[in-house]
Each structure stands twice: as C-alpha cells, then as structure tokens.
Design a protein around this ligand. Sequence first.
Ligand code: ADP
Ligand code: MG
Length: 430
Amino acid sequence: MKLESNVLTVEVPSQWFYEWLEEHYITVLKKAIIGTIGPDGKLQYSIIVDRGNQSSQPMSIQLPQKGAKSTVQTTPFDIPEVQQNNKESQLNPNYIFDNFVEGDCNRLARSAGLAVAQKPGITSFNPLMFYGGVGLGKTHLIQAIGNYVRSNFRNKFVLYVSSEKFTSQFIDALKNNRIQEFQNYYMQVDVLLIDDVQFLAKKEKTQEIFFHIFNHLHQMGKQIIMTSDCPPRDLKGLEERLLSRFKWGLTADLQLPDYETRVAIIKSKMQNDGIDIPDDVTEYLAYSVDTNIRELEGVLISLIAHSSLNRVEIDLELAKQTLKSIISDIDTEVDIDYIQKTVAEYFDVNASALRDKVRKKEIVMARQVAMYLAKEFTKHSLKAIGMHFGGRDHSTVIHSIQAVEDLRDTNSGFRASLEELKKKIKIKAN
Ligand code: ADP
Ligand code: MG
C-alpha cells in the first residue's frame, strides 16, 4: 500500500491473510525487505475491516509484523541475556482444538490429543506420536495440545520445537560448549512438543541427546508428544533404542480428509474469517481439492484474494477461475523429466529405461503411466511427449494413454497407485 521512511505497509483483506503471510512467507518477506530497505526495514500490515461504501471510508487496522519481536526472542543458549524468555513456549496461538475440525480422518488423533492435553503426563499415551503426510494437521494438533495445557495449567512449562530447530540449537550448544545448559533447559520442560522427528534421521549425536532428554522427562512423568511423516516402524535412520521408546505410548495417524470433512473445514475457515460463501462453491472446492488441508487453505486464500482485489463476490464462476489459475501454475512447473523420475522411483525402475527400448513388462507399464501423466500435467503435444520418451511416435503415446485409462477404469489397485502418483507430482509442483 505504501512505503514511508523504512516502513512498508501491505494491505490484506483479512486477519487470516495476515496470519497466512506471516506463517508461510515471512522469511521471503524479511529477506526482500532487508534487501531493499535495509536492516531497519519494517513491515506493517493493514487489515481491511470494512470495505466501506460511498458514504463511509474504508476502515482498516494496522498490525506490526508478528515476527518483529521474535528476532530478539530466542532460547537462552543463543543469547544468555534473555533468560527471562526461557519459558517462551514458541506456540502459535491460532492452532487450537476449537478450530481443528474433526472427521474420520483424525478422530483418534484428536481425541488422544485432547486426553493428553487434559491430563498431561498422566495418561498412558506417553509419548504420544502423530504421523501422516504433509498438510494433514500434525503441527496444528500438536500445538493445540500445547495451547490447551498453557491455558489450563499455568505452572506447566510447555515447549514446542521443530526437530530441525532442536538440531540446530544442539549444534550451536556443541560449538559453544553449552551442552549441559542445553540439556538442562530441555529437562525442565513439563510438556515437550517435538515436530517432524523424521528430520532427526542420521543425526546420531542429536538423537543421543534427545534420547537422554526423553528418558529423563519420561521418568519424571512429563509428557512428550511428537509428530512424524511416517509411522515409527518406517522411520529410517533413527536408532532402534529411540524407536522402541516411541512405541511405548500411543501412535495415531492423520489421514486425508474425506469429502464431508473437507466441506466442514471450508465452512469453519470461512466462518472464522467472517466470509460467507455459497454452498455450491463450498461443494465445488471440497470436491476438487482432495490433496491435503494446506492446499485447500491455499485455494481458499487465493479465492478470497481474487474476490477482494477485484471487488467481486465469491461465486462458482470465480471459484472455477481461481482453481484453474492455480492448476495452470502447476502445469507450467512440472516437466516431463520430473514426471519420469517420480514414476520411475515409484515403480522402482530406472528412469533412463523409460526412454530406452527396454520391453520388460514393468518398464512398459511405468513408461505408459509416465506418458499418461505427462499428458495430464504438461502442455506438451503428443508428439513432443513421444520425443521425450526416446523418440516414440504420437500413436504410441495415444496407445499408452488408452492402456492406462483402461486399466484405471477396471483395476482399483492401479487406480489408487495412479492417484498417489498424481498427488506426488502435484505436491512437488507447489
Ligand atoms: P502438517 O504439520 O501435517 O504438515 P499442518 O498442521 O501445518 O499440517 O496443517 C496445514 C494447515 O491445515 C494448517 O493451516 C492447519 O491449520 C490446517 N488444518 C489441518 N488440519 C485441520 C483440521 N482438522 N481442521 C482445520 N484446519 C486444519
Ligand atoms: Mg507440520
């Protein structure tokens, strides 16, 4: 909206936008601001509260960048002076149970989470581990537990940390000879929330210290909650003794939301943001965006953006256009090489074999699937696709696509594999 002295003001159509930007783009924004305005550059948001009409001016509220404070807010082993911050929980207050929509996909995880939040360290769900693919609510849920405990048990020290941050803090401590301090800090925690433990893979030293902290906390009856992108049995590169402890408590998975849950999530997000959207739009979006909840949120954000920037109502037409513009972004970002690589990995064959004359059954199948996906995800002509597959002609491509479609329509196992592959490609494209 404006740049005055060193303050850049960005106007956003709602609180939710502001939070979304802060959550997903703050590093990029910070870099851009520091790069262009310099180290004193500041970001300020102006949130439209009322768009106004002829007789009244639009009204907006101004909020400083959330992260503005967090540059000085750091754990004590980085900067010893800020000891008073050592009870900082690092939680995002927006992640709470109230706005975590329940569905078949998350019922067990959510209720186990709530049970633990109500009785931290007392239930047999210790540790509690959530696992599931990206964007399915692991971070939201684990933080909801933290926020719940913080508001209901004021004397408990709740700490949220991602495994990456834990690792980098550990490395810093190691460099500065402050391992003891690091360990003591974590051993004071009453409820430790550690996100994405798959990132501890192959980091033996970090695992070792985590193992000690884990044992100490567990023995003292403190609560440990973790998330991971896969079940403990599939966590590669983690020490067996750590894995065996992960299995002591309860493991609950988060699955892809079904259609009804997607509808409920859209309604809840829109309601929280004070935006009304027609039922047919909700249904259309719930039907079309079936990958994960983060992606669903992304689409809602774009939709609100289109509506608010162009000052038009949200209707089915706009929803379709928005989705189309997002999907065509995907088209331009995925190339055939990437599709070949993904498909080859999936079927455990060599990507170069897809371009060779090899006629082995599993290669032929993988090649046909890759052609089919190339048609679906790129704008290349059949002829161009053929060229990418070792100079095959366009009738071979047509035949391959036909073969994949036939199999897709008759074999549900194959259909599921195809869906999974599409998801992988779409996720990458984002
Ligand atoms: P993960 O950590 O599994 O990758 P997140 O917890 O970051 O996923 O969730 C992605 C986005 O989807 C977040 O903005 C979160 O608030 C939202 N979300 C996930 N699950 C739900 C749910 N059940 N109800 C409402 N919002 C959800
Ligand atoms: Mg997460």
